[in-house]
Write a protein that binds this ligand. Structure first.
Ligand code: PAZ
Length: 336
């Protein structure tokens, strides 16, 4: 790991990044466990999806006291992972430590704390019997059954990251392992990944001290890893990435730009405040359709968009991830 090759222009290529930033200590262990999982399911010819979920952090010090964080709670990833399991996939759930997880997400301490619907049975004078409030039982039974099934069948494998560095190293390792799956690999990249980071070589070792007035930190750009993911790390996999914007007008141009630059299959665009009930699928048109319209000078005609909207007023329990999952399956099957 050499300091000499850290770029001076703040632009890291993926290669330079991995040559200069250290891997997380658990990488080898995590990789060998994921390898076993993939090989087991590859033998059975099962489809395997990598779901990334939650936000990455950017530490500001080596002995980290402060870090930049990302808003994502991991709802999209955790919910989607459940729908993928239901649809028969084996799921690698790579998530930010302590963010929402499939199944347990239904009982998040902030929105639906499980202690609130547990009772000590009145007939039990010793107070040793705990029961579940009757109104909660049907949902609990459904969630618990799916959770136990996933465990019994060994179809859910979880991995955690905290920093953007953990995320990048893990993503590379897992996608390289997934290469053996060929066309049976799906990437569903819903994590909110930092765009900027502080290279190790520029970090303060100790807690940054106050007393000098304002704090100026110059960050470097996180390398765009979709390109090596598509071209080098994995082969044949179907790649769906997410794009979050706060300006609705940017969703489609940014999604098209990502498809053109990285050459993967689908970008799902979502606006921050509408993401629970509206997303847009952006993909390149099938080659045949493009050839037929190749006289068309408008480059936007190479892309197709399809919106998914749900009505939460009519059906407050509906989850948009169910529809996203159906569409992903549909597009992937057509693509195969
Ligand atoms: O985790 P969450 O459900 O609160 O949010 C999901 C999301 C908005 C982070 C995800 O749908 C997404 O867009 N991920 C990619 C973010 C990005 O553009 O980097």
């Amino acid at each position: 790991m050499s300091e000499a090759i850290v770029p001076s222009d703040n632009l890291f290529s993926a290669e330079t990044y991995f040559a200069t930033q250290p891997p997380p200590p658990s990488l080898d262990h995590d990789t060998s466990r994921v390898r076993e999982f993939i090989q087991r399911h590859a033998k059975e010819g099962k489809k395997v999806v990598l779901v990334t979920s939650g936000g990455t952090t950017v530490p500001l010090e080596l002995n980290v006291v402060r870090f930049l964080d990302n808003f994502s709670a991991g709802t999209r990833g955790a919910t989607s992972a459940e729908y993928f399991l239901k649809a028969g996939y084996a799921v690698i759930f790579m998530h930010r430590q302590f963010s929402l997880q499939p199944f347990s997400r239904h009982y998040s301490h902030s929105t639906h704390p499980f202690l609130d619907f547990l009772d000590v049975s009145p007939e039990d004078t010793d107070g040793h019997e705990v029961s579940v409030t009757a109104s909660e039982r049907p949902q609990l039974l459904e969630v618990l059954t799916a959770y136990k099934d996933a465990h019994q069948q060994g179809t859910l494998h979880t991995l955690t990251f905290v920093t953007v560095n953990d995320y990048l190293w893990l993503l590379r390792a897992v996608s390289q392992e997934m290469a053996v799956l060929g066309r049976n690999a799906l990437f569903y990249l819903a994590a909110a990944v930092s765009d900027f980071f502080l290279p190790r070589q520029k970090m303060s070792v100790h807690k940054i001290q106050s007393g000098k007035g304002s704090l100026h930190i110059e960050m470097d750009q996180v390398p765009k890893i979709l390109k090596p993911l598509v071209e080098v790390w994995t082969r044949g996999g179907f790649i769906v990435s997410f794009k979050l914007e706060t300006d609705q007008e940017l969703l489609i141009p940014k999604a098209r730009g990502a498809l053109a630059r990285y050459g993967h299959q689908v970008v799902i665009g979502n606006e921050l405040h509408r993401r629970k009930y509206e997303v847009v699928f952006v993909s390149k048109q099938h080659e045949k359709a493009v050839t037929e319209s190749s006289e068309d000078p408008d480059p936007s005609s190479q892309y197709e968009e399809s919106w998914i909207r749900i009505d939460l007023d009519k059906d407050p329990n509906k989850e948009i991830e169910e529809e996203i999952n159906k569409s992903c399956n549909g597009i992937w099957v057509n693509h195969l």
